[in-house]
Write a protein that binds this ligand. Structure first.
Ligand code: AMP
Ligand code: MG
Length: 510
């Protein structure tokens, strides 16, 4: 029998009951992994968006989800039967400083379901009220970050970047104070799991080896069934994070707050706080207002992820070997593969963006080809940087280098000639795989998006949402979830910002 959070089952309103086949493996872990509590009810829940396609993937009944009870559940007003709501404990390095206790301060895990493909997925409410981990926070979210996370995470998914998903956005009818009074909202986040590097750090910092072992077993069962040992798990997570960061780089994504509590061991992008996409290509680009030293700049992401993985390795040490020196030696050996993994995942991603394939040509070996391809990609990126080229539109225009030039804001005669030479070298390189610029065209159109959730468009959607108009948000979601569709020349969602539209700073939005 479902019940209204905070009141007895007698408060249950009639109608469609929410029937979800929860199976909560995290809630079966020992009590020190979390705090059990229900979401705090809100005043007047109104749906802003419900992701039907994702609901179906999860095996949920969309009619039920859209019913009054469904909305009440998504607002945290109704805890459905089988849910075991809890806030997870975790620690983390924030901008390099270790904080031994963070935890879900504004999120509550309702439970897990096994989706239609047999994958276990977490269903979590974000902005659902205070928890024992809230510290000074109110446990709430305002509309802005909820709309941002919804559109950006769904865009990332559509572009093939592993990510947590957005099942719903609900307006709460309550006011949240962030310097000024703002409308409150709740996002329902779906994830392969919410276990973070910081979850391992939480127990490692407490020298709770028993808990570390249980967490390890939980993660292996969920995410790395082939890993026979902590070192194999470390290797698997390195591989996954290398692929993830390379995919971020490929779509011009800047995570913005790559703290270890925001690194999900399942290898999904998590925490869409101050994230933003590049307009003009610049490896030093930073948007986050709190990233004053550029720690999480676009081009530093592989290096920072490697640092985060080293923290993961440290947390695993007690499980690797009883002899600490031996544990460090073995972990160091595996960690040595992280930088090369980042580099090769990056190369694979940017090769894809140019249609380059590894070829077994007799006259050139794989290492030599990798060096040459890295140089070719590097030349293009250097020209894009100097020419203040729009990252997305330049790649989308390829393989037509002439058309790509139109997306350079500054094109000197030298750069113009150099781009034409680059096109010839690229064509020659494609010959090695029996192709030419024309033959890669259709493939590139499925790799290089025409539309991304540009920062100024996300801002525009939030501003309209604040006026009660969600149509701008809806159009943005519709476009960004079809990121490879051809769009008319001059389609406003494909345009870089006018000078007055440029978003200089983004905020965590907490
Ligand atoms: P984040 O920057 O989103 O990764 O959050 C870092 C930590 O701050 C996490 O423990 C969050 O749960 C907590 N936090 C962020 N915003 C709030 C809020 N409004 N209320 C309570 N805790 C919060
Ligand atoms: Mg976080």
């Amino acid at each position: 029998m479902p019940s209204l959070a905070g009141s007895g089952p007698e408060a249950y309103i009639g109608g469609l009951a929410v029937t979800i086949a929860f199976d909560n493996s995290y809630a079966r872990l020992p009590g020190r992994f979390y705090a059990r509590l229900a979401p705090t009810p809100v005043s007047r829940p109104e749906p802003i968006a419900i992701n039907r396609e994702l609901a179906q993937e999860l095996g949920l009944d969309t009619a039920e989800l859209e019913s009054a009870e469904g909305i009440a559940m998504l607002a945290g007003n109704l805890v459905p039967a089988g849910a075991e709501p809890l806030a997870q404990a975790y620690a983390g390095h924030q901008f390099g400083n270790f904080v031994p206790q963070l935890g879900d301060g504004r999120a509550i895990l309702l439970g897990e379901v096994v989706d239609r493909a047999g994958r276990r997925r977490d269903i979590q409410l974000k902005g659902s009220g205070p928890t024992p981990f809230s510290r000074a926070g109110d446990g709430r979210a305002w509309l802005g970050p909820v709309l941002r996370e919804y559109v950006v995470s769904e865009a990332m998914h559509a572009m093939g970047v592993p990510t947590t998903r957005a099942l719903a956005a609900i307006a709460t009818g309550d006011t949240v104070y962030r310097g000024s009074a703002l409308p409150g909202a709740i996002l329902t986040r779906v994830a392969g799991s919410h276990v973070r590097v910081g979850t391992f750090q939480f127990f490692a910092a407490r020298r709770d080896v028993e808990a570390l072992q249980e967490l390890f077993d939980h993660v292996v069962a969920r995410h790395a069934p082939d890993a026979q040992s902590p070192l194999e798990l470390l290797a698997a997570v390195i591989e996954r994070q290398a692929t993830l960061v390379a995919k971020w780089m490929g779509v011009g994504f800047i995570h913005g707050v790559m703290n270890t509590d925001n690194v999900n061991v399942a290898g999904e992008t998590i925490d869409y706080g101050p994230c933003a996409f590049l307009d003009t290509y610049d490896p030093a680009q930073v948007y986050s207002s709190i990233d004053r030293f550029g720690r999480y700049a676009y081009g530093r992401q592989p290096e920072i992820m490697t640092w985060n993985l080293a923290q993961f390795a440290s947390a695993l040490l007690p499980l690797i070997d009883d002899d600490e020196e031996q544990a460090v030696a073995s972990a160091t050996e595996v960690m040595a593969t992280a930088s090369p993994a980042m580099q090769s995942a990056w190369l694979a991603e940017f090769r894809r963006k140019l249609g380059l394939e590894e070829v077994g040509a007799a006259e050139i070996d794989a290492a030599e080809l990798a060096t040459r391809d890295t140089a070719l990609i590097g030349r293009l990126l250097q020209l894009m940087y100097e020419g203040r080229a729009d990252f997305t539109n330049t790649f989308r225009a390829l393989p037509d280098v002439g058309a790509a030039k139109r997306h350079f804001r500054k094109l000197t005669a030298d750069a113009d000639r150099e781009l034409s030479r680059l096109a010839e070298d690229w064509a020659q390189r494609l010959q090695l795989q029996g192709e030419d610029l024309a033959s890669v065209r259709s493939r590139l159109a499925t790799v290089n998006p025409s539309v991304i959730p540009r920062n100024h468009r996300v801002e525009e959607a939030i501003q309209a949402g604040l006026e009660g108009d969600y149509s701008v948000f809806e159009r943005l979601v519709a476009a960004c979830t079809q990121p490879f569709a051809d769009r008319a020349d001059g389609d406003r969602l494909t345009l870089p910002p006018e000078p007055h539209e440029v978003v200089e700073r983004t905020f965590c939005g907490t």
